[in-house]
Design a protein around this ligand. Structure first.
Ligand code: NAD
Ligand code: ZN
Length: 344
């Protein structure tokens, strides 16, 4: 269940009172410690003891070493199965916190309080948790639902612009795959800022939630959420492996451009539709230089995509603005053409 918090966090406090947790662990990174934790602690009313678990900020921390450290701290602090983990942060924190909570002692309860646009509209919803392995994104993880998701849009006020823009990519994606009206209202935004995006968060969350409810285990329609992510994840992984991480949403924006063109090459959408999608995405995102990456390095990663079956790369591609198909297998030639299209 998703709740938008009032300024006094009363719904969170009711939740904490109703449930009988033994104690509370709040997982933060250095930035959410500084900007968001004081707001949470200033409003949280509980007689329970709580501990702060802090990790460094960044995707580089979303790995098994960090998970191991957190499991060890929980063990040393004798967290029992009635402990609650509160994940206060962006997608790295909600993915990591959900992962360690859902595996520690075979699973303890957790809630998500997302603090980035990306985690509000996407990462905190849907019950996917996980960590990266080597330079592969989200290779190890669980399906596990938070007890609750609490959204406090004012947390966005301290979020750097690039992070806001990164989250906006997932909102655009939600419109493109499922709701033309949402896409059209998003592309009316000329100046991307907190004030402009906040009124659209609810619709974006609802789209994600709706898709997940229809297909929790990603057997069919949930795969549409991977639009832009097949090529996007490969480029994101390559950048990470070279020590130059880019933001998830930046990779997804690039991936959506390639995959919109790919949908056109595969005769799923018209050239005009593809051009309109691409032009609008380009209005918000600067060109990503992928000239260092060879076709082979990108396709090698595409071949390892979790969505693949029978050694074939499965794409989720637009069939219109507001509709999307999945498990679409493209010709190798068209995949390379879409990368070439982006490079030029
Ligand atoms: P993030 O968690 O790294 O947060 C981005 C940056 O913003 C960090 O430096 C963080 O410290 C900082 N920050 C967070 N909240 C802040 C605030 N209110 N004010 C100031 N700074 C703040 O990244 P993200 O973009 O939120 O999430 C990306 C991650 O989410 C990726 O690992 C991606 O794989 C994952 N993801 C998961 C799912 C899923 O379904 N589980 C979906 C999409 C993305
Ligand atoms: Zn994503």
């Amino acid at each position: 269940m998703i709740t938008i918090l009032n300024d006094d966090f009363s719904q969170l406090n009711s939740f904490l009172h109703e449930k009988s947790f033994s104690r509370i662990f709040i997982l933060v990174d250095e930035n959410t410690h500084e900007y968001c934790l004081p707001v949470l602690l200033g409003n949280m009313e509980t007689d329970l003891g709580f501990e702060i678990l802090e990790i460094e900020a960044g995707e580089e921390m979303k790995n098994i070493q960090t998970a191991n450290q957190l499991w060890e701290i929980l063990t040393e602090m004798q967290a029992d199965r009635k402990a609650l983990v509160i994940n206060l942060g962006g997608g790295v924190i909600t993915d990591m916190g959900g992962f360690i909570a859902s595996t520690y002692k075979r699973g303890i309860q957790f809630i998500n309080i997302p603090t980035t646009l990306l985690s509000m509209c996407d990462a905190s919803i849907g019950g996917k948790t996980g960590i990266d392995l080597m330079h592969y994104k989200n290779m190890v993880g669980t399906f596990a639902f938070p007890e609750q998701i609490f959204i406090y849009p004012k947390f966005l006020e301290t979020l750097p612009f690039k992070e806001l823009r990164s989250g906006f990519a997932e909102m655009l994606k939600h419109g493109l795959i499922a709701d033309k009206a949402h896409w059209e209202s998003l592309i009316q935004i000329h100046k991307l800022d907190v004030e402009a995006v906040v009124p659209h968060i609810q619709t974006s969350m609802d789209i994600k939630q709706d898709v997940v409810e229809k297909d929790f285990h990603e057997r069919n329609i949930r795969k549409t959420l991977n639009f832009g992510h097949t090529i996007g994840h490969s480029v994101e992984s390559l950048c990470l492996s070279q020590g130059n991480p880019i933001l998830h949403g930046e990779a997804v924006a690039m991936g959506m451009i390639c995959e919109a063109h790919l949908a056109f090459l595969e005769n799923l959408i018209s050239e005009e539709e593809a051009a309109s999608v691409i032009e609008n995405i380009q209005r918000y995102y600067p060109y990503l230089d992928i000239s260092d990456f060879t076709d082979e390095s990108i396709t090698a990663l595409l071949m390892n995509d979790k969505k693949n079956t029978d050694s074939k790369i499965n794409f989720s591609l637009l069939t219109g603005i507001g509709s999307c198909t999945y498990d679409h297998q493209c010709s190798q030639e068209n995949i390379l053409k879409s990368l070439y299209f982006y490079r030029k």
